[in-house]
Design a protein around this ligand. Structure first.
Ligand code: AP5
Ligand code: MG
Ligand code: ZN
Length: 215
C-alpha cells in the first residue's frame, strides 16, 4: 500500500504515520526527517536546506524530487510507503505522478488531515521528540507514560526542532496555505482521496485514518 498523508504543519502526519508503519508494515518517508538528518550530518543538501527550514520556507523542488526518486527505490519500500511531507507543491505532485508511473506504482490513498490553525500553533510550540528513536511527544497532549522516559526505547534524551517556534510556524503555515493546499484539488479529482478531522484524540484519528484506508 502506497499512501500520502497530507496536512499543515502540526496536523499529526508524523504521529499517525508512526502508527500506520506498525499496523501495515510499510515504511514512513518523511522528507522533513530526511532533511533534518542531512542538516545534522552536514551534507551538501543539509547545508542548503538549513536556513530555508529555519525560515519556515520550502526547499527547492528539484532537490526534493531527487531525494524521493531515490528513496522509493530502496528495497524497504517494496511492501509500500507513507509519504509524510511530500509532495508539497504542484510541481512536486506532478513529478511524483511521473515517477510512480515510470515505476509501475500506484497511490492507493491520499489522506488529508485537517486541523484549525490556532490548534496547530499550540501543538507545534509544545512538541518534543526522543533524541534516540525519534518518537514524537507533546508537553500537554502526548506525554510519555513515565515522565522523562521514551515509551518506545527507554531513552531519557529528548530534543526540539529548530523550526518549532511561533514565528517560524507562522511562515510554515503561510507556505502550506500558498504552496501546498493547492495540490488538494489534484488529488480530489483523481479519486482515492479522503479527508480526516485531525482535531480529536490521537487514537480516534488513527481509527478514522485506518477506516479511510480500508474503505
Ligand atoms: P516537516 O518535517 O514535514 O514539517 P511540517 O510539515 O511542518 O509538519 P510537522 O512535522 O511539523 O507536523 P506533523 O504533521 O508531522 O505533526 P506531528 O505528528 O509531529 O518539514 C519541515 C521543513 O522541511 C519544512 O518547513 C520545509 O522547510 C522542509 N521540507 C520538508 N519537506 C519538504 C518538501 N517536500 N518540499 C520542500 N521543503 C520541504 O504532531 C505535532 C505535535 O502535536 C506533536 O507534539 C504531537 O505529539 C501532537 N499531536 C499530534 N496529534 C495530536 C492530536 N490529535 N491532539 C493533540 N496533539 C497532537
Ligand atoms: Mg512531521
Ligand atoms: Zn525513543
Amino acid at each position: 500500500m502506497n499512501l500520502i498523508l497530507l496536512g499543515p504543519p502540526g496536523a499529526g502526519k508524523g504521529t499517525q504515520a508512526q502508527r500506520l508503519v506498525e499496523r501495515f508494515r510499510i515504511v514512513q518517508i518523511s522528507t522533513g526527517d530526511m532533511l533534518r538528518a542531512a542538516v545534522k550530518a552536514g551534507t551538501a543538501l543539509g547545508t542548503q536546506a538549513k536556513a530555508i527550514m529555519e525560515a519556515g520556507e520550502l526547499v527547492p523542488d528539484e532537490l526534493m524530487v531527487a531525494l524521493i526518486a531515490e528513496r522509493i527505490e530502496a528495497p524497504d519500500c517494496a511492501n509500500g510507503f507513507i509519504l509524510d511531507g511530500f509532495p508539497r507543491t504542484v510541481a512536486q505532485a506532478a513529478a511524483l505522478d511521473e515517477m510512480l508511473a515510470e515505476r509501475g506504482l500506484v497511490l492507493d490513498r491520499v489522506v488529508a488531515i485537517e486541523v484549525d490553525e490556532e490548534a496547530l500553533i499550540e501543538r507545534i510550540v509544545g512538541r518534543f521528540s526522543c533524541a534516540d528513536c525519534g518518537a514524537g511527544y507533546h508537553e500537554r497532549f502526548n506525554l510519555p507514560a513515565t515522565e522523562g522516559v521514551c515509551d518506545q526505547c527507554g531513552s531519557t534524551n529528548f530534543t526540539r526542532r529548530a523550526d518549532d517556534n511561533r514565528e517560524t510556524m507562522i511562515a510554515r503555515l503561510a507556505a502550506y496555505r500558498e504552496q501546498t493546499a493547492p495540490i488538494i484539488p489534484h488529488y480530489e479529482a483523481g479519486g482515492r482521496f479522503a479527508r480526516v478531522d485531525g482535531g480529536g484524540d490521537i487514537d480516534a484519528i488513527t481509527a478514522d485514518v485506518v477506516a479511510a484506508l480500508e474503505r
